[in-house]
Design a protein around this ligand. Structure first.
Ligand SMILES: [Zn+2]
Length: 156
């Protein structure tokens, strides 16, 4: 490769690592700053590290990144989202799991679920969701219908 590339790599390496959290298994990982995706050494799943900006209609079955997602005013995401930080200026429909903050701006619209460390809704933002805000994040799926199999049934 070119000298410039090699210098950039040499400079980049000492400060180049960053910490991310695996969106699949929740382990903390150290990854190269410029990496776009890696294979998680703990769960072996592909882990996306990129930041996303969405400014159009985007419907998928799984929208996961250890980076941040910004849904712009014209953006409309219909998907389950796993992300570090989510900023909603447009529309989001789906279940959101954020390791950091979910933020709705004054033009933001979110319908679905949110599990996040913190939540910020500006005046004017629309939020219609089941919320779980705080540190206790579900490790995998939030739905656990088998939880009723405990020794003490609820007294009615
Ligand atoms: Zn993992």
């Amino acid at each position: 490769m070119s000298i410039a590339t090699r210098i950039a790599e040499a400079i980049g390496r000492p400060q180049g690592d960053k910490h991310v959290t695996c969106t699949h298994c929740g382990h903390d990982l150290e990854v190269a700053r410029r990496a776009m995706s890696i294979s998680c050494p703990y769960c072996n799943k592909r882990l996306i590290l990129e930041d996303y900006k969405v400014d159009s209609y985007y419907a998928v079955r799984d929208f996961s990144t250890s980076g941040d997602i910004v849904v712009e005013k014209k953006g409309h995401v219909v998907a389950p989202i796993k992300v570090a930080n989510l900023t909603v200026k447009g529309k989001v429909q789906g279940a959101v799991v954020a390791l950091g903050e979910v933020k709705l701006t004054k033009t933001g619209y979110l319908k679905g679920q949110i599990a996040a460390k913190s939540l910020c809704v500006e005046a004017g933002g629309f939020l219609d969701a089941f919320l779980r805000i705080g540190d206790a994040l579900p490790s995998t799926e939030t739905a656990s219908s088998g939880a009723a199999e405990t020794a003490t049934p609820p007294a009615l």
